[in-house]
Design a protein around this ligand. Structure first.
Ligand code: NAD
Length: 276
């Protein structure tokens, strides 16, 4: 069931659920997590140059014995590598570390002042066939509008912090209208929020024999998002993937929508000081 996927506007299919690899710095731990995830059905892994673990992911996939074409790999260009030439060089480094000759998805990690030049480089790499799908991360509506105004190709995905406290409704609607898939990072509030113990989520979960984490992941899926929860623990990796045998009612989604507070656990994309 995990191979359920969403089609991007260029026809590429992305598995709706992936394993996030942020803060996985320990090689053995990451390799184990990836091998276990593959075993229980994950086919999508989300890394980034700045995570420093692309080589570990390559090792995990090799040890899992899965074919390259059977997994979906995302990486991202970090802030200090933005700009036309640096982006091309950074992309090549990511390919080398990942021991592959193409990426399934490559994203601009944050919209630094060089994001337009960065995007032009990524579009070229896409046109050369080195990336199956291209997108951005932490882009606000005005960043997406700028790419459009410049007459550039539209991103296929925007990966943004999203959880019930920060549903990103305005961006969500904008992306829906523009055919850009919404991918949620920090889908569980990065483990920093009280959401995982919230009585509303616990109560909804009881009906389906699901945990609050599973209810939240299902909420993302029912909103049409791609979701990439992170865990290194086998029980949680499995738990987070057991979400394809139920769906929430309209009333339950409305109840979860009341949890919105606007709280960000990550950086604010419009606060340039924090992202450079
Ligand atoms: P997350 O919301 O996935 O939270 C992960 C934390 O939640 C874990 O460390 C653990 O403490 C807890 N957790 C996970 N599963 C649980 C469960 N079943 N029960 C209880 N607690 C559980 O946060 P994240 O890792 O920041 O986000 C997911 C992925 O998104 C990252 O790993 C990374 O790949 C990506 N990401 C991207 C950006 C970006 O700027 N594009 C930023 C942050 C994260």
């Amino acid at each position: 069931p995990l191979v359920e996927s969403i089609e991007l506007y260029n026809g590429v299919k992305i598995p709706k659920l992936g394993l996030g690899l942020f803060l996985m710095k320990d090689e053995a731990e990451l390799v184990n997590a990836v091998k276990y995830a593959v075993e229980v059905g994950y086919r999508h892994f989300d890394t980034a140059k700045i995570y420093g673990n692309e080589a570990y992911l390559a090792r995990g996939l090799k040890e899992a014995g899965i074919k390259r074409e059977d997994v979906f790999i995302t990486s991202k260009v970090w802030n200090y590598d933005e700009g036309y030439e640096p982006t091309k060089a950074a992309f090549q480094e990511s390919l080398n570390l990942l021991e592959t000759d193409y990426l399934d998805l490559y994203l601009i990690h944050w919209a630094t002042p060089k994001y337009v030049e960065t995007w032009k480089a990524i579009v070229e790499l896409y046109e050369e066939g080195k990336i199956k799908a291209i997108g951005v991360s932490n882009f606000q509506i005005h960043h997406l509008e700028e790419l459009k105004n410049q007459g550039l190709m539209q991103p296929m995905i925007n990966q943004i912090e999203t959880h019930p406290e920060l549903p990103q409704n305005e961006l969500h609607e904008y992306m829906k209208e523009n055919g850009i898939i919404h991918e949620a990072w920090g889908p569980l509030g990065q483990g920093k929020s009280e959401l995982l113990n919230h009585p509303i989520l616990t109560e909804i979960g009881k009906k389906y024999f699901k945990t609050p984490a599973q209810v939240i992941i299902r909420w993302h899926l029912d909103r049409g998002e791609v979701v990439i929860p992170k865990s290194t623990h086998e029980n949680r990796i499995l738990e987070n993937s057991n979400v394809f045998d139920f769906s929430l009612t309209k009333e339950e989604i409305q109840q979860i929508d009341t949890l919105e507070t606007g709280t960000r656990y990550g950086s604010d994309p419009d606060n340039q000081e924090r992202i450079q």
